[in-house]
Design a protein around this ligand. Structure first.
Ligand code: PHE
Length: 469
């Protein structure tokens, strides 16, 4: 059977934007910004999106389109080495880890969607969230969300993923824009904007390491980079697309939606007495926003609209997580799509239920584990692109674009030389944080440069001459 493909540019871009725009933008981004110094965090985050996120996204696009395979097959075929194929398995792991907590949060969203029209959580938003966050109810809604996700992936690349995302994404953007306009009329809007935009350099300097780590984690997560999703999606793309142009467009749209979400969520929080926007943390969306809706006229309706949009955004991301694993089974294990979809969903049914019952497991997967997996994945993809694919990567980069070849070379240098130490450094900071040792940042930086050097040197030495196709 011929490999499926997107119908055209719009299909590919909207599917990729659908993957990028999700709970990362609406749930994580506003409170991460608020907690890490407002607009100063924004500046660090935007810098990392530009310098790491977009080049990394492009590396995944190049690997996917060049190989027309999902990550395992891509790394194996492009290098001619089975070991590289094994490295690609990191993406299968990423897909399973991501889905195992994302589907639980997706379940919470569906729960709030169903509860909104009657205002079921209006009397006691905090207590309601505590009651539904973990346990049998959380598991049931996780299964529902997973079922919706699997239903779309089951339909295939065109009839499932593309058809769903081309409807969902415009709806998400339009409704959020409308809500941001409406929120500008709320009493606390001015305070919210000030908070968002006040340039708190001091707090960034104080916690430079933590802010950089949070910003890096958020930049990868929100762009769906490091999981191999974008390799998989780009394996269905046509020859005539400009990959650099598409990557830029996706990053711009994704960031715009993050800012829009902030323009909805923060004014709501600032207009509600008793809600502290800066410290409400991951509960901001569920407790803070829910409290805000409870105090507003027609809050039931507004809340239902809001959570419906969040559900669409979450779903268009979760399908891209499931697709990584399904594409692996189809490409590499000879499964039919329908069986692969049902099989992977059955696995996540179990792992997700475990994290629906255990707050500890959930916190672990959603925090340190996913950060480490995405960073490791991206490290493998950028080293591979720069040092194994090498000049061919630059050629693929330039295909169908009007960008100069010089830009492609600069991109390759960035991937091969600057990003590995940065990513290893992030891994070190993350791990030393997780195990609770404090090491001076210059020591970590030195160690990161050394380890990255060894990794790159090892890859360059091991590279075998590829058969000329
Ligand atoms: N980018 C998605 C979000 O912001 C999450 C995601 C990460 C999706 C990695 C796929 C792969 O919600």
């Amino acid at each position: 059977m011929a490999r499926e493909s997107w119908t055209g540019r719009i299909g590919f871009v909207l599917a990729a934007v659908g993957s990028a725009v999700g709970l990362g933008n609406i749930w994580r981004f506003p409170w991460m910004t608020a907690e890490n110094g407002g607009s100063a965090f924004l500046v660090v985050y935007l810098g990392i999106v530009l310098a790491v996120g977009v080049p990394g996204l492009l590396a995944e696009f190049v690997l996917g389109r060049r190989s027309r395979k999902s990550p395992v097959g891509a790394l194996r075929d492009l290098s001619g080495s089975r070991n590289w194929g094994r490295v690609g398995l990191v993406s299968v792991l990423a897909g399973l880890v991501l889905l195992s907590f994302y589907s639980v949060v997706g379940g919470w969203i569906l729960r709030y969607l169903v509860a909104s029209p009657t205002g079921a959580y209006f009397a006691d938003p905090g207590g309601y969230f505590d009651a539904i966050a973990h346990g049998p109810g959380a598991a049931a809604f996780h299964v529902l969300f997973l079922g919706l996700t699997a239903g779309v992936v089951y339909g295939g690349v065109r009839a499932g993923i593309e058809r769903a995302t081309t409807v969902m994404m415009p709806v998400v953007v339009l409704v959020l824009a409308g809500m941001a306009m409406w929120a500008s009329g709320l009493g606390g809007a001015a305070d919210a904007y000030a908070f968002y935009l006040e340039f708190d350099v001091a707090s960034v300097q104080e916690n430079a390491l933590d802010v950089a780590l949070a910003a890096a984690g958020q930049a990868l997560f929100t762009l769906s980079v490091g999981a191999g999703t974008m390799i998989t999606y780009a394996s269905y793309v046509g020859e005539d697309r400009s990959l650099p142009a598409d990557a830029t467009m996706i990053a711009v749209l994704n960031t715009a939606v993050g800012v829009l979400a902030g323009l909805v969520v923060l004014p709501l929080l600032f207009s509600t007495p008793g809600v502290d926007a800066a410290t409400s943390g991951p509960g901001a969306l569920f407790v803070g926003v829910a409290t805000a809706f409870a105090t507003l006229p027609a809050g039931e309706l507004l809340a239902a609209g809001f959570f419906a949009v969040v559900a669409l955004a979450a779903l268009s991301s979760s399908i891209s997580m499931l697709e990584i694993v399904v594409a692996y089974l189809v490409d590499e294990r000879g499964f039919a799509r329908d069986r692969a979809t049902v099989g992977v969903a059955a696995v996540v049914l179990v792992t997700g239920t475990a994290s629906a019952f255990s707050p500890q497991l959930f916190g672990l997967l959603a925090g340190p584990v996913v950060d480490v997996v995405l960073t490791t994945g991206l490290l493998a993809f950028v080293v591979f692109t720069a040092w194994v694919l090498g000049p061919d990567a630059v050629e693929e980069f330039a295909r169908g674009t009007r960008f100069s070849a010089g830009l492609g070379d600069a991109w390759r240098t960035l991937l091969g030389v600057a990003l590995p130490p940065f990513l290893v450094f992030t891994l070190f900071v993350g791990v030393s944080d997780a195990v609770g040792v404090t090491v001076a940042s210059w020591q970590l930086a030195l160690a990161a440069v050394a380890v990255a050097g060894v990794v790159v040197a090892g890859v360059v030495r091991a590279r075998r001459p590829r058969p000329t196709a």
